[in-house]
Design a protein around this ligand. Sequence first.
Ligand SMILES: Nc1ncnc2c1ncn2[C@@H]1O[C@H](COP(=O)(O)OP(=O)(O)OP(=O)(O)O)[C@@H](O)[C@H]1O
Ligand SMILES: [Mg+2]
Length: 268
Amino acid sequence: MLKLFEHEHLDVKRLSDEETAIEVRNLSLQFSDKPVLNDISMRIPKHRITALIGQSGCGKSTLISCFNRMNDLISGCRYQGEIILGGRDINHKKENVSRLRTQVGMVFQRPNPFPLSIYENVCYGLRLQGVNGRRQLDDTVEQALVDAALWDEVKDRLFESAQVLSGGQQQRLVIARALALKPDILLLDEPTSALDPLTTLYIEELMAGLKKRCSIIIVTHNMQQAARVSDYTAFLHQGRLIEYSDSDSLFTMPHKKQTEDYITGRYG
Ligand SMILES: Nc1ncnc2c1ncn2[C@@H]1O[C@H](COP(=O)(O)OP(=O)(O)OP(=O)(O)O)[C@@H](O)[C@H]1O
Ligand SMILES: [Mg+2]
């Protein structure tokens, strides 16, 4: 089904429901009395990489945290508007939040492996779901590590502590942990900012390969990275969505002055 439009150019302003991974409708969010997101509406395409850019504090992490309801954990957080995923509003009180977080995986800036073995890190979520069969766990762990381009480096030491891996390996391990749950959507919040340039390129290649499996949303401060890896880019400024289009157009012919100022490094 996804093959139909894998290489097709999509107009993010006119995505059909079929082509949409997440639809954000008039989303506003406040922390206590502080407005952080202001009337954001956008459709994020399936099986593409969408980058979120904008200066520090503009609301990028807050926005992606809405996509798996991580902001629920913050007291004083209120929001209005809708986030539609698979035809349902995930803010509905009947939403099954643990199922949602299986569907929408998240990887943060600093790799955060658990103090467990490599193997147990990858199957952590499955065990929480009650999966205990050795065969199923083994298969899932192997597949997730292959998909995260880490298998060859760790296959002989799966039961050693994850803490001894390098930063880049730990980040791929955390990606494997998310992939083991077969997410439809993967949220990456500055996934490479703590990594060296070569490891960064490695993770970027990995992302390109993962598009077939899921829809990817990446927050990055690195403009070259956004231009290199993402198909679409959204520019946020002070909690508003200023411009959103295919990355080539946004980086070469921005329509708004604020976008131009940001991408040419005039502020931020
Ligand atoms: N838990 C919180 N409580 C109160 N305010 C918060 C909280 N988290 C974030 N904020 C505020 O919301 C605004 C947006 O923060 P957010 O982390 O989304 O920015 P960002 O675009 O991800 O920035 P950065 O690029 O620095 O990561 C900031 O003004 C921040 O201070
Ligand atoms: Mg952030």
